[in-house]
Design a protein around this ligand. Sequence first.
Ligand code: PLP
Length: 470
Amino acid sequence: MEHPNPQTMGQQFGRRSWAEPWKIKMVEPLRVISREERERALAEAGYNTFLLRSDDVYIDLLTDSGASAMSDRQWAGMMLGDEAYAGSRNFYHLEEAVQTYYGYRYIVPTHQGRGTEHLISQALIKPGMFVPGNMYFTTTRLHQELAGGTFVDVIIDEAHDPSSRHPFKGDVDLDKLQALIDRVGVDQIAYVSLAGTVNMAGGQPVSLANMRALRELCDRYGIRIYLDATRMVENAYFIQEREPGYADKSIAAILRECCSYTDGAWMSAKKDNLVNIGGWLAVNDRDLYDVLGNLVVIYEGLHTYGGMAGRDMEALAIGIVESVQDAHIRSRIGQVYYLGELLTDWEIPIVQPVGGHAIFLDARRFYQHMPQEHLPAQTLAAELYLDSGIRSMERGIVSAGRDPQTGENRRPALELTRLTIPRRVYTQAHMDVVAESVKAIYDARERTQGLEIVYEPKYLRFFQARFERL
Ligand SMILES: *Cc1c(COP(=O)(O)O)cnc(C)c1O
């Protein structure tokens, strides 16, 4: 199949410069510590960038989670917090924003994304069931497993190939899903766990054509589809850019259409929705809402705040509206493209096409002499910090963790280091500095030695594991 090259499609900006649709009203000073101080800080952090103090970091590309800059309107909304225990007016603003822009009927607020994953997994998964999805996400899969389910990856093969330029590497392979249904029986499928701009594949989108076909297949069997909507606005941008017939549709309209093929969604509002904390779960099924609305009271808080303060819900309601503006998302992804184009020009191996929220360095091709046991992606993150104080994170064998049955390391095909761009925080000049630092460690790649794990916690080990140099 002949695909257009999404990278050059990004250069629709290239002919005339684009700029951020905002100006800066308040600044936060940055500081760079010396190379010796960075050596000491990283050794103390066990070579795990999650264990560094943020004061020791210069440009922080660890994650885009909760790291967005809020707008003046969002900050103004914080002053309008109604901190009533029950029935806060801010909850109703949030409910209305989710209903308007995502189109679901019933809303359950939570403290952040994994709170929603816990609730929906407990509500829908019985021990022994299977949960097919377009590649795993760390916290999502763990909650599915803790509820007794087994996650089954049904993403297309291209998603596991960092050099494939397929424009929708997040698509579900319907044959793989059909094979799973045939093998285990439809009653053993809890639901389809569908994600927008698949994080672990490098921020790769799913197409509307694929979502429509998935809906048809699932309707034949009465299987429900729940969407990890965390990055679905970014996904809508890629549909507008790449899918025939959508170039003139607004991001808001595309987002609504995406959601219309699903039965509900969960959200880490710390990503697309432009707030520092928060999450929500939304479903169309009243009976399921009753179960979720009851569970939230046990684990998060009353069903009209779910672990958020009133002011946080207000900032979130405003953030949802801002997040679906075409100018916002175009500049958000334009900045990611900008960094991607710099690195591509210098022939540094990255996942192609460039995804929605991050550049993923391909650590296997970066450190070709290093076996996966020597943790190339973790090593790359360490080297980048030592070079310039830039913080990134591992998405490879460490993040993949161990198989809960056998205890063996999972060995993912993708061994990546993620440079995640927070929304509305850094400038193009910061991106230049990042690219130059990546180039410097790329030039020194042959002299670089790997790492080994010296401590690993039981769950989600990448957050807290410690390493030493080989
Ligand atoms: C961040 C994230 C989550 C988990 O959300 P938290 O707010 O970090 O708990 C779930 N799914 C995806 C795709 C995410 O990026």
